[in-house]
Design a protein. Structure first.
Length: 171
């Protein structure tokens, strides 16, 4: 009996691990999650209704299946929980475009630009000419553009300090 329980536990962990990898990949990519995960995701939001990413995944599955109303409801729930989620704004905006609601979609695309202008979501929208990203000469941290031709790059200085003020004392 112990061997049977051990085998079941090992199998359960493997299934759970595979599921977590699938969900993690789906959250981090533009690929919709496997529709067979929908019952599990629905159970997850029953247990934790405040799980915004889970609501978003549910919306992505419904969108991939052409069920726009269910997708709309799920994305709106995700944004009710986490209103500054660039990913949820991106997904909802894409859905609204599919539904022919370009103006409403544009509002969500602007939220992506506002909350995460350096994100892959913002870049995708810019690549699709749905938003414009500023080309303000910003270079990666540690450097700034100077000069009229913007060809001279000067390293900037920085200082790391503690928050407790200990580095401010002259001992």
């Amino acid at each position: 009996m112990q061997n049977l329980e051990s085998s079941f536990t090992t199998r359960a962990f493997l299934v759970l691990g595979t599921l977590l990898l699938s969900v993690t990949f789906a959250v981090a990519s533009d690929t919709p999650p496997d529709p067979s995960l929908l019952p599990l995701l629905q159970q997850m939001v029953q247990e934790d209704p405040q799980a915004a990413d889970t609501w978003r995944l549910i919306g992505r599955i419904h969108r991939s299946q052409g069920d726009h109303q269910q997708a709309l409801d799920a994305f709106q729930q995700a944004l009710t929980i986490q209103s500054d989620s660039a990913a949820a704004h991106h997904d909802l905006g894409r859905l609204l475009m599919e539904m022919g609601q370009a103006d409403a979609a544009q509002n969500h695309f602007q939220m992506v630009k506002k909350y995460a202008p350096q994100s892959s979501y913002a870049q995708q929208l810019a690549d699709d000419s749905l938003i414009t990203l500023p080309d303000d000469g910003v270079v990666n941290a540690g450097f700034e553009i100077t000069g009229e031709t913007q060809s001279e790059i000067e390293q900037t200085a920085y200082e790391i300090q503690t928050f407790d003020g200990a580095d401010d004392l002259d001992l």
